[in-house]
Design a protein around this ligand. Structure first.
Ligand SMILES: Nc1ncnc2c1ncn2[C@@H]1O[C@H](COP(=O)(O)OP(=O)(O)OP(=O)(O)O)[C@@H](O)[C@H]1O
Ligand SMILES: Cc1ncc(CO)c(N)n1
Length: 274
């Protein structure tokens, strides 16, 4: 019998199928792991934006985690949209209660259209309670700035902020450069637990179809960690995966369209020493 590693996303749903739990499960399926989900919030969302959302009662988050812990063997886990401080704290308690394997924290704050997916006063809870549990933390540029109360204006700033995130307790850090101002390349900075660091660069695709890129990246890291890859290799594969899904566009919806999860791993990613 084939035993596929079981992995978990603790996040919000996207009715439009492009981001959140839906992006995570599609990524996990493509990376040959068995995806499971603890739903923290339900969003009414499409490619045009987030129309509404509601967080689950924390008790139901507890119960979903207990359901998994009493039956499945979760080998790696990620967090995404966590809504507010009460839910961040609830998820942290569950992560301490159960062994769900290496944890990738995607500190989701704002959706592409500008909707807040995390209450402003919950950022401190993410920083103080969740980030210290992270095997890998994967902020985009604005999220990295908020977590460290810094401003990033260049690559040196990304490096400094990476170290600041490690000082907050994350073992490994990937700062995503999707929101950066390099028109030609999407540059991400990676700082590993042993202090070594590298850049991942891919040609920037000129497209509005980038809904769910961060979720997809962190879900792929989670899948790769569950199949026994090193953190560095998991991150490199995730960059190749997400780059492929951006490059080979598909047409869905009228706004910030979703990614193409059927795309091949991109061969256009380059690794540079930091
Ligand atoms: N237009 C693009 N072309 C190529 N790569 C991109 C592009 N936009 C983002 N990326 C890459 O996608 C990954 C996700 O980065 P990004 O900074 O967009 O995350 P995010 O803001 O968390 O995404 P989202 O909020 O949509 O989930 C990174 O590896 C980034 O370099
Ligand atoms: C539910 C959800 N999680 C994360 C994001 C960020 O991509 C989103 N737009 N929606």
């Amino acid at each position: 019998m084939n035993e596929f590693p079981q992995v978990l996303t603790i996040a919000g749903t996207d009715s439009g199928g492009g981001a959140g739990v839906m992006a995570d499960l599609k990524t996990m399926q493509m990376r040959h792991v068995f995806g499971t989900a603890v739903v923290v919030a339900v969003t009414a969302q499409n490619t045009l934006g987030v129309q509404d959302f509601m967080a689950m009662p924390p008790k139901l988050v507890d119960e979903q985690c207990a359901s998994l812990a009493t039956d499945l063997k979760i080998r790696a886990c990620k967090t995404g949209m966590l809504a507010d401080a009460e839910h961040v704290h609830c998820v942290v308690e569950n992560l301490k209660r159960y062994d769900f394997g290496p944890l990738t924290v995607d500190p989701v704050m704002i959706a592409k259209g500008g909707a807040a997916l995390l209450a402003e006063d919950a950022i401190a809870t993410v920083r103080d309670e969740l980030v210290p549990l992270a095997t890998v933390v994967t902020p985009n540029l604005p999220e990295a700035e908020k977590l460290t109360a810094t401003t990033i204006t260049d690559q040196a700033g990304m490096v400094r902020t990476g170290h600041a995130l490690q000082r907050l307790g994350a073992k490994n850090v990937m700062i995503k450069g999707g929101h950066g101002d390099d028109p030609a390349m999407a540059n991400d900075f990676v700082l590993l637990a042993d202090g070594s660091a590298f850049w991942l660069a891919a040609p920037r695709t000129d497209t509005v179809r980038t809904h769910g890129t961060g979720d997809t990246l962190s879900a792929c890291i989670t899948a790769e960690l569950a199949t026994g890859h090193s953190v560095a290799d998991a991150i490199k594969t995730a960059k190749a995966y997400v780059t492929g899904t951006i490059q080979e566009t598909i047409q869905v919806g009228h706004g910030h369209g979703p990614l193409n999860h059927w795309a091949a791993l991109s061969e256009a990613v380059t690794v540079h020493d930091a």
